[in-house]
Design a protein around this ligand. Structure first.
Ligand code: G6P
Ligand code: MN
Length: 432
């Protein structure tokens, strides 16, 4: 409830109140001051835009989860301070330092798993049938861990806003509404490819998109080059022009740059100022500043707080589950043959049809050798991280690092691991 993404989510709930009507919203965060600021903003917003619904906030999980229908989760164990270390420690070794990819993603994964398991248990104690919609990162590792611990929980869904974000960019590039697209996408979370994007009439749009992306990446031509905010997301979106050349029959996720172009990424990173710093100095200040101002003024007019795709997507998913819309959505689910030549127990990101009984994955068929090889390597990494957490195994974690495409040598992997253990000692299990 005290995330920088939460105000947008609350606004989205207000905006979509016709489609997804609510009686009551309870926000929960373990950090009291963050929750209070966003909670007070929420109260003002709901008074203005959604007087029919009640809004409360708390720091007590035993209060928050009583008799709820939906739980929206986005936790960040260790906060942005730990994200900063996830990014900076690998960079000190000359390796990719990123929130969810490579060594940073491992570190964050080992912090998230324990808290996520505890949260699901608490929810199930008070609301056995609630839908749990989970954004918590690194989503691939979290999804793998939750599947192992709660294999029969069919009302626990893992998701990411990145594929929808990409579709929206493609919509902008083509000047079309991306909600009309019929996409085919496969991969692991933050590790996937679009192989087809059709319009409602069945016309294939992918080749035209690839032509554009080869020149400008996901940036909207000369206009975007001039006007877009020049932060690290701009760089990432522009760099997709290089990634797309690795396979011109697909549109790759922008996150593949960390695995396919790690040398470029490291050479263009600043070990003293990473994305975490941009977020701390940017979004974090803006959101909490706006909430404090709104509380002081007593109204939310002209606040500049925006809804965003992250906020829309989760409410769309909840709507699909509540009202059986049978919408096609990209989720992180157990493979079970959907990608024919990838093992059944992989947690893959693929299109699903969503309705009142949950999700039905679409069949992807066989995937090419290039993607299969990459996915299998990365999948093994993710599985080893989860093994390491469950077995408290130093060796498995070292193996995970050695296997990552972002880490070149066993020696470096070990030195890096020892630094990560020290930095995460308040969060990780003690490894044997
Ligand atoms: C995308 C990804 C999320 C990630 C976020 C980071 O939305 O799907 O998994 O957490 O970007 O954005 P930020 O602005 O915090 O770097
Ligand atoms: Mn994501």
């Amino acid at each position: 409830g005290g995330s920088t993404w939460t105000p947008g989510l609350l606004k989205s709930l207000c905006k979509m109140s016709d489609r997804f009507p609510l009686n009551k919203v309870t926000m929960l965060d373990v950090v009291e001051e963050r929750q209070r600021l966003i909670g007070e903003f929420g109260k003002i917003l709901f008074k203005e835009e959604y007087p029919k619904a009640t809004l409360e906030y708390t720091t007590n999980p035993d209060e928050a989860f009583i008799d709820v229908d939906f739980v929206f989760v986005q936790m960040r164990t260790g906060g942005l301070k730990m994200r900063e270390l996830d990014e900076k420690i690998p960079l000190q070794f000359g390796l990719v330092g990123q929130e969810t990819c490579g060594a940073g993603g491992f570190a964050y994964g080992l912090r998230s798993i324990g808290d996520m398991i505890e949260m699901v248990k608490t929810v199930r104690k008070y609301s056995p049938k609630a839908w749990i919609l989970n954004y918590t990162n690194p989503a691939a590792i979290v999804a793998e861990a939750l599947k192992r611990v709660f294999p029969d929980d069919k009302r626990l869904l893992n998701m990411c806003d990145q594929p929808v974000n990409l579709l929206r960019s493609y919509g902008r590039l083509l000047d079309m509404d991306s909600r009309t697209f019929e996409p085919v996408y496969f991969g692991l979370n933050h590790f996937g490819w679009y192989t087809s994007i059709k319009d409602k009439k069945g016309n294939e749009l992918l080749p035209k998109l690839v032509e554009h992306i080869k020149e400008y990446g996901f940036i909207n031509g000369e206009e975007g080059m001039k006007n877009d905010k020049k932060d690290s997301w701009f760089e990432t979106n522009l760099f997709t022009k290089e990634i797309v050349k690795t396979d011109l029959t697909t549109i790759p996720s922008s996150y593949l740059k960390y695995y396919l172009f790690p040398d470029y990424v490291v050479n263009h990173s600043d070990v003293n100022y990473t994305r975490a710093n941009e977020v701390i100095d940017g979004r974090e200040k803006e959101v909490f500043g706006s909430c404090a101002l709104i509380e002081k003024q007593g109204h939310s007019k002209g606040s500049g707080l925006k809804i965003g795709i992250h906020a829309e997507f989760i409410v769309d998913l909840a709507t699909a589950l509540a009202f059986n819309t049978q919408e096609r959505m990209l989720l992180i689910v157990q493979n079970n043959g959907a990608i024919e030549n990838i093992q059944d127990d992989a947690m893959v990101e693929i299109p699903c049809i969503v309705g009142k009984d949950g999700y039905e994955p679409l069949s992807i068929g066989k995937i090419p050798t290039f993607q299969k090889g990459l996915i299998e390597q990365q999948l093994a990494v993710e599985k080893l991280v989860v093994d390491a957490w469950i077995e408290k195994s130093y060796n498995k974690l070292w193996q995970a690092l050695m296997l990552s495409k972002t880490v070149p040598s066993a020696t470096v992997a070990k030195e890096l691991l020892d630094d990560l253990i020290e930095a995460n000692k308040n969060y990780w299990p003690k490894l044997n």
